[in-house]
Every structure is written in C-alpha cells, then in structure tokens.
Design a protein. Structure first.
Length: 643
C-alpha cells in the first residue's frame, strides 16, 4: 500500500497563536506535515535556500517584512514552490496583486478552516504544473531529436499547412537550395522546381492534397549553384491525435544518377531504333540509287550490240553508259568515305593550293552542269582579289564544295546558286547559297547525320544517299573547321563552313611539264604484261590497248608476273593489279625490282586513296592508275613510260 508522503511546509509567521492554529488546522485535516517556522526575512531566506519545501505559507505583514517581499524572494530562489498568503484582513485589490505576483492563493486568518483545502489544491496544482513542465521538456527533447534526425543525412524534408502552403523545410533542403527559410515558405517551392517539371508536379500535388492521399513524383530541383538535380518526392497527409488533418509532410531523395542512367538508356534505345530506321531507309535508297544507273548501263549496253545501230545513236548510248557509271562510282566513293571516316582512318594531306583558282575551276565545271537548268550559278567576287595561296587538303576542300554545290543545284528548281568565301579573322568562311526548297528548322542539325534526308517517303522526288552532308561536315572538322546551315522552307538554304586560314606567302610551283595531246602511236611493237586475275578487267584493258601496236601477255597473279618478267626479256611495261591471288601486286613489284630496276611498272587498283598511290610508289611502282580506267588516261600513262 502506498503511504502518503510527509509534506515539508514552511510557515513565515510572527504570531505564536496564529502559527499554532495553522498547524492544528493542517493536522486536523489529516495532512501529514513537517511544519517549520521562520519569523524574519533573514530566517526566511536561509530556510528557502537550504531546504526543499513543498509549500510556503506566509503571513501578510510582519514587523520588517511582508508577503510581497517573501513572494519576490521565492520567485527567485524556489519558483516552483506554491506560495499561499495567510493574512488578517486585506483588501480585494491587494489580494489580486498577490495572485498576479505569483501567489497561488490567500486565506484570511479568521477563516483558517479553509487552509487545508487551499493547501491541498495548491499542492495538486503544483503537481499538474510540474507534470506539464516535464511533458514540455520531454516534448522539446523529442522535437529536438526529430529535428536533428531531419537535418542529418541527405533527405530533403518539408511540411505544409492545411492550405497547401509550405511551413517547414529541413536544413538539408535550405542548404541544397541556398535560400533562407523565409524565402522557401508559402509557395516559393515552385521557384526551385524545373519549369518543365512544374505543371506535372502541381497537378500531382493538388490532386493528392485535395483527396488527402499519398503521392510520389519525380522532378528536378535547382541546387544553389544553379544545377538541376533529379529527386523522388514522396508526400503524405498528417493528422493530429484527434484525427484532424494538419497538412502534408514529404521527403525528397536525390535520384540523379539513376535518372540519368535511365535517360541515357532511353536515348540509346531511341538512337538504336532511329539508326535502325535510317539504315533501312538507307538500304532502300541505296538500292534505288544503285539500281537506277545500273538499269541504264545494262539497258544501253544491250542496245549498243545492235549491228544496225546508227553511229550517232551508238555515241549517245555510250555517253549514257559512261554518265551512269560515273554516278554509280560517286555513290560507291561516298560509302567508302563514310566507312573510312567512321573507322577514324581518314587523314589530311595539306599542300599549298591556289584558292581562287580552285573556286574558278569548280565554277567552270558546274557551269556545264547548269546549262540545261533554269538556274544561274554565281561565284562571288574574291576578296582580296589577288592570288590566295593557302595550305589545306585540296582534295577534301574540293569534295566538300562539290557536295554542297551539287546539293544546291539538286534542290533548287529556279533562282540561283551562289558560292564564295570571305576571310573572317583566322578562318576562311565558305558559303553555298541557293534559292531552293529549303530545310525545315527542326532538321538544322539532324540533317548532318548520316542517311538523314528531308524526304523519307518512297515517293521521293530527289535522289541521293543522305551521305553527302555527313561526309562534308566530317571533312570540314578534319580540316579544323565547322559547318552549319541557315535555311528557310520554300525560300532557300545557305550552308556555311570554315577552315583555318593558313596563308602561304610564296607558292613553290611544280616544274611545268608541257602537256601534249596524247599521240596514240607507238614505233615498233612493244610488249605489255598485264597482271590481272579478273577476266573482265583484262578484256577491258586488252580492248583499250587494241590498235596501238602493243603485244599483250597476261599473268593471272603476282607470282606469274614475276616469273614472266624473269624469263622473258622483251617485256617493255607491266600493268600490275594490286589485289591478286597467290601473290599481290606490291610483293610482285618488289621482287621484280630485284632484277629489273628500270622496267616501267604501273600499279592499277580499285582503291582510290592518295595513300594507296603513295604506297604503290614506295613499293617500287613507276606510276599508279585507279579503276575505273579512262582510255585517254591509261593510254597516255603507257605512252609516257614507253617514251
Ligand atoms: P543526299 O543529297 O544524297 O540525299 P546529303 O547528305 O547531301 O544527301 O543531304 C541530305 C539531305 O539534306 C538531302 O536529302 C536533302 O533533304 C537535304 N539537303 C541538303 N542540301 C540541301 C539544300 N541545299 N536544299 C535543300 N535540302 C537540302
């Protein structure tokens, strides 16, 4: 059984009688007390300083002290101990003053019977007060530990009121955004959300809030340095102990790495799908682009066989065949170029070149092409007008310009095509401008990607493989420049590109050779060894060289060629194919050089790269021609070497 604790009570009382009555009243009421008495201020101070009381009873007036003084000392020294004033008559106002100053009650001496009740009530109230204070402390401690928990770690935490306005952000949030709490409160949250994500966020938040439901959303929040990072924000409604809705609480977790990886995956997938789509379109186009000239070549080749064909017609047909072959060749060259670019094998060979002369040549060449078109071709005047000698890869520069002019002419039905250049700082800026069909704005950058064409349907009006711009841009970048375009649908396109301006003060001109019209006549019969494994190529060469007083011997591979040269003393020249079975042309040439150093050997190959030419010369060949052969070219080379 629980025993009642003994109450430690201090009485400030100068009257012995009153003190006794007080004691009796308390004991009579059944209170277990330990009552001590003091009569002066000094005794009072000493008592409250040195003891722990449950209650203080103070007389209102003492000779040199009073209840107000005692109360004020209590507030300072033992503020939690309840203080009751026991007095003779005091006015109501004084009583109110005493209560205001902190006394819990007052009891008149002529009504001391009321004292035990007042004491019991004061003690009960003190107990409640203490319990409240303790609860508050516990609450504060608990809140403090929650705040510490909220502020440590990487999670951004927020709460709102019942009107959707934010009323708290944890330190992690404030440090992340770099804004003080007062900036973030209310609806300033929206200011740090990425504008693209905001509509979706507001929708999700408002909808869930109105239904008091949980929500989860992913969006970007602006960091103090301006960078947006991805977060998953999960919010849920909060209710107090009565079940009353008090707002929302939510936490945001940085999800950037996963999100970026996810976006990268999506992008890679889209790219793969697009690439797949482009490749299909490319195969479709390429098949069309190859079949079209092939169709003409095969068709006209058959027609040419007609023995009754008039010679005019025969000339026209052969012209068509040659033209279509050239078209076929340019498609193959494009495909090879793309393959070399993508393999990182394309190299730059810089040489001195006359820029103005090169542009004039291009102009003359394309002028022949536009003869039958309803178009003007304009070459802008050169600035400066004098000779402009620069260092660059001429072959690549000419190919870029040719591709762009070709496109301009292809996509322009009337108006003009204008090209030229200007010197801008340390760069030469070229342009090819047309008044053609234009390119939609959204394809400004896309169009430079391989196989990309504006027309994607099968009813395409314009031919092409979709590789020209890709190659031109890649070449421009290899030369150290940039390419971009400016276009308006229906009005025209200007494609710009730059290359570094490397001016050469003086050009070293190669020794001038007198170019003579080839005289296809040979004095005395000459023997030419053709090392060629392919029958058709051999027959073509045989045909091209017919009527030239040339005796032809054939070797089917490099090893045979070496043997023939070793055994036959009258071989005057060798046309050496490079790619052959048993032994290739390079090896054969090297072996022949061991015993015949001055025999002219002309390499003939289907590879058309400058490096192949150089390799052929380095392996000991006297000269180099690339397939497909032109009669004038092959005959003049042979003439040149046969003296
Ligand atoms: P191709 O001309 O063989 O299709 P390109 O890579 O040279 O390939 O060009 C890709 C696409 O860019 C063309 O199919 C065309 O849609 C567009 N294009 C290029 N140049 C022009 C131009 N001058 N005017 C309008 N469209 C052009």
């Amino acid at each position: 059984m629980k025993t009642e604790p003994i109450l430690n009570i201090l009485s400030l009382e100068d009257s012995d009688t009153d003190y006794e009555i007080i004691r009796e009243q308390l004991i009579e009421a059944g209170l277990k007390i330990n009552l001590s008495r003091v009569q002066t201020e000094t005794e009072f101070v000493a008592a409250i300083r040195n003891n722990k009381y449950d209650l203080i009873l103070a007389d209102f007036s003492l000779p040199q002290f009073d209840a107000f003084g005692a109360l004020s000392l209590c507030r300072k020294i033992c503020p939690k101990v309840p203080f009751i004033c026991v007095s003779g008559r005091i006015g109501e106002e004084t009583a109110i003053e005493l209560i205001k100053a902190g006394a819990v009650d007052y009891v008149l001496k002529d009504r001391l019977k009321k004292l035990p009740f007042s004491v019991t009530r004061a003690l009960a109230e003190a107990k409640v007060k203490e319990a409240l204070i303790r609860a508050e402390i516990v609450l504060n401690e608990s809140e403090q530990s929650y705040r510490t928990l909220a502020d440590s770690g990487n999670t951004l935490i927020w709460t709102t009121d019942t009107n959707k306005f934010f009323n708290y952000f944890n330190l992690v949030w404030l440090e992340y955004t770099g804004w003080p709490m007062k900036h973030e409160l209310d609806d300033a949250w929206a200011k740090v959300v990425h504008p693209d994500d905001l509509p979706h966020c507001l929708n999700t938040y408002n909808e869930a809030f109105d239904k008091r439901e949980k929500f989860s959303m992913e969006y970007r929040i602006k960091r103090r340095d301006g960078e947006y990072r991805w977060f998953i924000d999960e919010g849920c409604p909060r209710f107090d102990s009565e079940g009353e809705f008090i707002g929302y609480i939510g936490h945001c977790i940085d999800n950037t790495d996963r999100k970026l990886a996810e976006l990268e995956l999506v992008r890679a997938k889209e790219k793969a799908e697009e690439s797949d789509h482009l490749k299909t379109a490319f195969l479709h186009n390429i098949s069309h682009e190859i079949r079209t000239p092939m169709n003409s070549i095969i068709g006209f080749s058959e027609l040419i066989n007609d023995p009754d064909l008039l010679s005019e017609k025969r000339n026209e047909y052969t012209g068509m065949i040659v033209q279509n072959c050239n078209q076929l060749l340019s498609i193959i060259t494009d495909i090879v170029s793309i393959a070399t670019i993508e393999a990182g094998q394309e190299k730059i060979l810089e040489k001195e070149m006359d820029l103005n002369e090169t542009l004039s040549q291009l102009y003359r060449q394309f002028l022949l092409k536009v003869k039958n078109q309803n178009l003007s071709l304009v070459l802008s005047p050169f600035k400066p007008e004098n000779e402009e000698i620069i260092l660059t890869d001429k072959t690549k520069l000419v190919q870029i310009l040719s591709n762009l002019i070709d496109n301009a002419l292809k996509f322009t039905l009337h108006g003009y095509v204008n090209f030229g250049y200007s010197i801008v700082g340390s760069e030469i800026e070229f342009f090819v401008k047309d008044t053609g069909i234009g390119i939609p704005e959204e394809l400004d950058e896309e169009i430079f990607k391989r196989f990309r064409q504006v027309e994607t349907t099968t009813t395409r009006q314009f031919g092409g493989s979709g590789l020209g711009l890709t190659i031109s841009k890649a070449y421009t970048e290899l030369l150290g420049g940039r390419m971009w375009l400016d276009s308006q649908l229906g009005k025209g396109t200007t494609i710009y590109f730059t290359i570094p301006y490397k001016k050469v003060e003086e050009m070293v001109f190669p020794e001038l050779k007198l170019i003579q019209e080839p005289v296809f006549k040979i004095n005395g019969t000459k023997t030419v060894l053709i090392a060629e494994d392919e029958d058709t190529n051999f027959f073509l060469l045989e045909e091209l060289l017919s009527g030239l007083n040339i005796r032809i011997i054939r070797a089917l591979n490099g090893a045979e060629a070496v043997d023939i040269c070793r055994l036959t003393h009258n071989v005057d020249l060798v046309l050496m194919d490079i790619k052959m079975p048993v032994m290739d042309g390079f090896t054969a040439t090297k072996l022949i050089r061991e015993f015949k150093s001055d025999l002219p050997i002309i390499a003939q190959t289907a590879y058309s790269d400058e490096r192949d030419r150089q390799k052929a010369l380095a392996m000991g060949c006297s000269d180099y021609i690339s397939k497909p052969f032109k009669r004038t070219m092959i005959v003049s080379k042979i003439m040149e070497h046969l003296g």
